[in-house]
Ligand binder design. Sequence first.
Ligand SMILES: Cc1cc2nc3c(=O)[nH]c(=O)nc-3n(C[C@H](O)[C@H](O)[C@H](O)COP(=O)(O)O)c2cc1C
Length: 239
Amino acid sequence: MKILALNSSPRKARGGTSLLLKTFLEGAKEAGAEIALLYVHDLKIKPCQGCFACWVKTPGICVQKDDMQDLLAKWQKADVLVLATPVFVDGMTSTMKAVLDRSIPLVQPFFEIRDDHCRHPLLHDRKPIKVVLVSVSGFTELDNFDPLLAHIKGFCKNLSGEFVGAILRPLGAQLEGFKRMGLPVDDIFDTIKQAGKELIQKGRINSKMQENISREIVPRVEYIKRLNAGFQQQIDANK
Ligand SMILES: Cc1cc2nc3c(=O)[nH]c(=O)nc-3n(C[C@H](O)[C@H](O)[C@H](O)COP(=O)(O)O)c2cc1C
């Protein structure tokens, strides 16, 4: 199974998004997946101009020449698309949104009714791509992912993708710090890796895994107290 993984965290390999994604892909690789990983922040992808030339003038081809051509070629060859993004103001990063907007050359301009919804058929004959969301948040509750999750599920319906699961971790960027403090987090990494394996072996991720992946590590009141003290220290140090 071929995976195209897109990491849109501007902190790239240093961020919490990467930590989760790396662990998830390790599991998938062990189960035999072939993986291509792109850091969206390194790519030149301009926003969609909304000209519809990719529909009516040069079907399937965008007039803007940038890194999106190569990305779409990889997308077309992939069985699985892993979209990895931190929560930025209750959604995905703007760079990830640009990628999704620029994917409309993959569909036809014509409308059809599918599952009682108005949709566009795919341009090329292919199996629906499986889509996984990997995300981290700075807030502590799991429901901070709700708008992003709804968006990705909507994107799958819109662009004929098959949503096959999500790895969502509040305070994902803090996991290594928690580990250094001696707090037990290995089970979380193990479950994320297992989810990567399951994706390849069963074609989807068991949603029950999410409960363990997002479990509380430090009571939130205690965490917020420590976090605020840390920010105050940084502000004072910069005075
Ligand atoms: C511009 C910006 C907006 C953010 N908005 C949210 C938000 O709405 N909800 C949230 O839980 N975290 C929010 N965060 C926190 C990030 O999700 C968090 O820092 C995450 O760890 C960043 O991912 P990274 O570690 O891969 O860089 C925001 C961070 C930034 C920089």
